[in-house]
Design a protein. Structure first.
Length: 212
């Protein structure tokens, strides 16, 4: 009996067959890692979800770690393509208000796509273990996001758009903690938390200008 084939991810119909299959595997892993975590998702289960053999899965991703890297890279590509068209770092340096407006839009997108939020929350928690393969990714990611936010905050400070009580040095870490905390609370009780609305309210407490 033939194995069921996973639906093709949107936008991949015109890709070569190998690329379509690779995209299907990444999408299945995206969902599995977000639901049960990296350690609890087996390659056999992932292969079955994609309608391929384990050997077929290993043809595209020779190890579970390689598949995890592809999933994390795909998430970053999606964020950059949809919300930071010139690159987050470039937007932060050119216009801090626009950077934070893009961040609010990204949060709204994530709220409409629970798998994205779950993937990040589950994997970032797992990655605190010293031997977790995603640890280097999350360490580097937090360093990059703090750097981008620091650049955006410096842009706003030069323009006189920060409220007087704000400590520019602490603000990036505080805002990241706010975003991560909102994500966890939203996953636990989505009806009680509106992430983009509450993020905008928090930003308006520290920025003395209307965020577009």
């Amino acid at each position: 009996m033939n194995k069921p084939t996973a639906p093709e991810p949107r936008g991949t119909r015109n890709y070569p067959k190998g690329e379509r299959r690779r995209a299907q595997i990444i999408e299945a892993a995206f969902t599995a890692f977000g639901q049960v975590g990296y350690r609890n998702a087996s390659m056999v289960q992932l292969a079955a979800a994609c309608g391929v053999s384990r050997a077929g899965l290993l043809h595209h991703f020779p190890s579970k770690e390689a598949l995890l890297e592809a999933v994390l890279a795909q998430r970053e590509l999606q964020d950059d393509a949809h919300f930071f068209k010139e690159g987050a770092a470039a937007q932060a340096a050119e216009d801090g208000l626009w950077y934070f407006a893009s961040l609010i839009r990204l949060t709204a997108h994530n709220q409409a796509n629970p798998t994205i939020v779950s993937l990040f929350a589950v994997l970032s928690s797992e990655a605190t273990a010293p031997d977790h393969p995603a640890r280097p990714y999350f360490v580097a990611r937090y360093e990059r996001v703090r750097r981008e936010m620091r650049t955006a905050v410096e842009n706003l400070s030069r323009r006189g758009l920060l409220r007087p009580h704000v400590d520019p040095e602490r603000l990036p870490t505080d805002l990241i903690a706010t975003i991560d905390g909102l994500q966890v609370q939203w996953l636990l009780d989505p009806h009680a938390v509106d992430m983009p609305t509450q993020l905008r309210a928090r930003l308006q407490e520290v920025i003395h200008a209307e965020i577009p």
